[in-house]
Design a protein around this ligand. Sequence first.
Ligand code: 4AD
Ligand code: MG
Length: 433
Amino acid sequence: METISIINAKDYVDQKVRIGVWLTNKRSSGKIAFLQLRDGTAYFQGVVVKNNVSEDVFKLAKEVRQEASMYVTGTIHEDTRSHFGYEIEIEDIELVGQSEDYPITPKEHGTDFLMDHRHLWLRSKRQFAIMKIRNEMIRATYEFFNKEGFIKLDSPILTGSAPEGTTELFHTEYFEKDAYLSQSGQLYAEAGAMAYGKVFTFGPTFRAEKSKTRRHLIEFWMIEPEMAFMHQEESLEIQERYIAYLVEKVLENCDYELDILGRDKEVLKRYTQLPYPRISYDDAIKLLQESGKFPDVKWGEDFGSPEETYLAEHFNKPVFVLNYPKAIKPFYMKPHPTREDLVVCADLLAPEGYGEIIGGSERATDTEYLAKQIEDAGLNKADYEWYLDLRRYGSVPHSGFGLGLERAVTWITGEDHIREAIPFPRLLNRIYP
Ligand code: 4AD
Ligand code: MG
C-alpha cells in the first residue's frame, strides 16, 4: 500500500492508499461521518461508514477535532458531486496530533482577527489557492527569464542608496554608518546588466509608506529585469510578453486553484492577447479630462487609483502609460529626447481596478546629467560614485522595469486586498505574526 498525496488520488481509483492529512471540517450522524481533509496539495472528503469499520475507528472519526492531524487509510473512489472529483472511503485512522479548540471556524471572522491568526489562516482553502498561484508565478518568472537568456542576480538588502526617493526609507545602523533596507534592486541590476547583459533581481523590497490602501505593503517582493543595449520600446515588448506568460502559466497549471477562487478564466485569457495598448501620459491626461469624471486632473500630477482604474477599464486590457513628467519620477530615468519636461518611462496599469503593476524606464546614460540629478534629489553624490562608474566605463543604452509580485498576484487571483497575496503581510502598524 502506498502513501500518497491527495492531488494524486486520480491515479489510485479503487486502490487502497494511506494519506497524511488535517481535518478541516466534519459532519456526522449515527451511521456515517464525512471528514473534510487537506494535506497541502488539495482538499477532499473522507467517508467513514460505521458498519464497515471497527468501533474504535468510528469513535475516533467522531472525536477528531478541526485541524487534528492523522493518517487515513482507505480506498479512493470517484466522487462526481465534488469539484475535486475523488474521495476516500476510510477504513482506518491513526491519530497523529489532536487539536485544541481551533480559533478559525467556518463562520465569518473580522479582518483583524484573521490577520492576528495569519499563521493558521494560511491553511484555509482560499489562502491555499492564492499561495499556489503565487508559487506558479514565481516558478514561471524564473522559467521565462531563463528562457530569454537572463541570469538572476541577487541585489543586497542592506544598502546605502535610495533609488526611489528618501521619504519612504527604512533606516538602520550599519556599524558606524547609516544604512537602509532596499527599496529596489535596480541600481545593482544596472551594474549586473553591464557585466552580464541581461539580468533580473528578485527579492524583498521595503517602503516605509504611511499609506493604508488595498495596494500597498511595507515589505513586498519585486522582480527587476535590466537589459544592456536596449531601448525602452524593446523593453515594453519583454514586459508584455512576461505578463502574458504569467497569465498563461496560471491558466495552464492552476485550474483547480482558479476554480476555488471563482476567478473568471475567460477574462484572464483576454490578457494573454498581445500587444497591450500604449498611451502617452499627455494623452492619458486628455482622456481623463474629456471623460468629464475627473474635473481636478491636471498635467504634471501623478495618477491616483481612480484615474488608473479608469484608464485600464477604458482599454479593457493592461495598458502602458508612457513618458511621465520628469518632476514626478526618480532621478535615474532617461530624459526625453525632444521634451525636456518628460522622461522615457512607462507604467503598466492592470485592468479591473488593480492599478500600477509595473514601473520601468530607459536609464539616463550621461554622467554629468546623472550627477546633477542625484544632487537635485537631495542625495549624497559620494554614495553613488559606484553607480556613476557604470556610465564612466563603457556606458550603453539600457532599460529595465520592476514588477511588484503581490500586485500581480492580487490582480491575477482577483482578490480585493494585497494583504492576501503574501504569506505574512507587513502592513502599516502590523508586524505580528
Ligand atoms: O514603480 P516602482 O517604485 O519602481 C521601482 O522600484 C523601479 N526601481 C523598478 C525598476 O525600474 N527596476 O515599483 C515597481 C513596482 C510597482 O509598479 C508596484 O507593482 C510595486 O513595485 N510596488 C509595490 N507593491 C506593493 N506595495 C508597495 N508599497 C509597492 N510599491 C511599489
Ligand atoms: Mg511606480
